[in-house]
Design a protein around this ligand. Structure first.
Ligand code: G6P
Length: 482
């Protein structure tokens, strides 16, 4: 990548592809986990932008390269930075703090120092490759200091920041010893985007209280005359892509194969999550197993397929969770299963989109029960794949998606009995009722796809300083939108 050549630069902790070493020692690339990557890919394709991120692993000195038409700029992390910036401050401090303290955050000064160092390096790299007046779009909690660091070096840039996870209320955020620095880092952006309006309000209130800037509604007035806007842009998925996949013959065939392999049960329940303690996997499996134990659901007639994608495996709390779930699944199947008829079919693995679409097609009840989740794109993917307007969605009130998918069976994941009742209702619902709900949710998801999200954010960003900077192309296909 030549210096100062990109008109759109994405700065994220991860590249959209992850470098892995196969068993025989050969390196290869695979798509990175999580919703961030799948949401941003279409924006990049429409704009010929450059994406700065960590390629996974500790290899240093990798040169910029193109992968599947995307311009990627690897920024390596040392083993110590992986431990302190990524596993430490990002995922041992910020992740649990921003997710309602579902786990206890740890505060370590050396983790913070590494976070500052890594943010600075990513900011420096963006400053080098962004063209004059370019748009730089910084992503997520691992990079919150980048906006101000970048502005210090390149005031000509238009800078946006988007947080993919929840932003906590002041009562929680103020535990953070570096709360002021984080807020100031974010204020380097022209536009700070969140999943939900409540998160934007939390931010504005904190800026007023902790930094002392004047605010009015969604605007922050800085002493140098600049204004920063904070607003909600609920993220979404590539609906057309998922619909097309779900409609394909190979996915339909694979979906029937899956049902057959499960012994053709009447009802397939499905959970698909990164193996993360915020996702509520343990509680949901307990709720389901109690329904089987109490004979509300019969072994063989109902089965729960739980896919758990490996995630952050060196972080202690994730290891504990993995062991807990392994034990729980073993116990449930040991106590309640019959030969050839497990109660829970548990897969600790990640799957390509094709297989995910087949699973969505094969499932009668999708169960998404996080304790706290910025959005949860799995819920939207399920809805997009239900072309026949059938299939029930059980969804946590504490997932951002619940704001839009009001017709799901909404549950409080802390309330196991409430969850059991919702699972039963979804299982017993009349086809007409299921269709009424799914039809409404499909309408919502189709109206607000990922292009709507990206265009909404980027046009709002352009409007913050209309006299300034270059234009970024919208992601949608204008000929169809007209
Ligand atoms: C969530 C976060 C992303 C993150 C992804 C995968 O979606 O919002 O920033 O990349 O999880 O987690 P990982 O730690 O593997 O990058």
């Amino acid at each position: 990548m030549r210096n100062r050549s990109a008109d759109l630069v994405i700065v994220a902790n991860r590249l959209p592809v992850d470098r892995v070493t196969d068993d025989d020692g050969t390196p290869s690339w695979r798509p990175s986990p999580g919703g961030l990557v799948s949401a941003l890919e279409p924006v990049m394709r429409a704009n010929d932008g450059a994406w700065i991120g960590w390629p996974g692993g500790t290899e240093t000195g990798m040169r910029p390269f193109t992968s599947d038409g995307l311009s990627l700029v690897p920024e390596s992390l040392s083993a110590e930075e992986i431990e302190e910036h990524y596993e430490g401050f990002s995922n041992g401090t910020l992740w649990p703090l921003y997710h309602d303290l579902v786990a206890k955050p740890e505060f370590h000064r050396e983790w913070w120092d590494a976070y500052v160092r890594v943010n600075q390096r990513f900011a420096d790299r963006a400053a080098k490759i962004a063209s004059h007046g370019a748009t730089v779009w910084v992503q997520d909690y691992q990079m919150q200091l980048v906006p101000q660091m970048l502005r210090d070096k390149r005031p000509d840039l238009r800078i946006g920041f988007y947080l993919h996870i929840p932003f906590p209320p002041a009562e929680l955020f103020q535990q953070l010893p570096w709360r002021r620095e984080i807020l100031q880092g974010l204020l380097g952006a022209d536009l700070v985007g969140f999943q939900l309006p409540g998160a934007a309000q939390n931010f504005i209130r904190l800026v007023r209280q902790r930094v002392g800037h004047k605010t009015h509604r969604d605007l922050v007035y800085l002493p140098d005359g600049r204004t920063v806007k904070a607003a909600a842009f609920p993220i979404s998925i590539d609906v057309d892509g998922f619909e097309e996949l779900a409609a394909s013959e190979s996915v339909a065939e694979r979906a029937s194969e899956i049902r057959e392999a499960l012994g053709n049960p009447d009802t397939v329940f499905l959970g698909i999550d990164r193996l993360d303690y915020t996702k509520g996997i343990y509680a949901r499996l307990r709720a389901f197993s109690e329904l089987v134990r109490d004979k509300h659901l019969a072994v063989g007639e109902a089965v729960f397929v739980q896919v758990a994608t490996p995630s952050r495996e060196r972080v202690e709390q994730y290891r504990i969770l993995r062991d807990d779930i392994d034990r729980l699944v073993g116990r449930i199947n040991g106590d309640l299963g019959e030969i050839g008829k497990p109660v829970i079919s548990y897969l600790h693995s990640s799957y390509p989109r094709h297989e995910m679409a087949a699973l969505y097609r094969a499932a009668d009840v999708m169960v998404v029960t996080p304790f706290r989740d910025g959005m949860n794109l799995v819920a939207k993917e399920y809805v997009a794949c239900r072309l026949e307007e059938d299939g029930a969605l059980v969804l946590s009130e504490f997932a951002g998606a619940a704001d839009e998918l009001r017709q799901a069976w909404l549950v409080n994941p802390y309330d196991i009995n409430g969850m059991k009742a919702a699972l039963r209702q979804a299982h017993d619902a009349e086809p007409k009722e299921i269709q009424r709900r799914m039809r409404a949710m499909r309408r919502t998801v189709r109206e607000r796809d990922v292009n709507h999200w990206a265009d909404g954010f980027l046009s709002e960003l352009a409007a913050t300083r209309p006299d300034h900077g270059k234009k970024v192309r919208p992601v949608g296909r204008p000929e169809e939108d007209d």
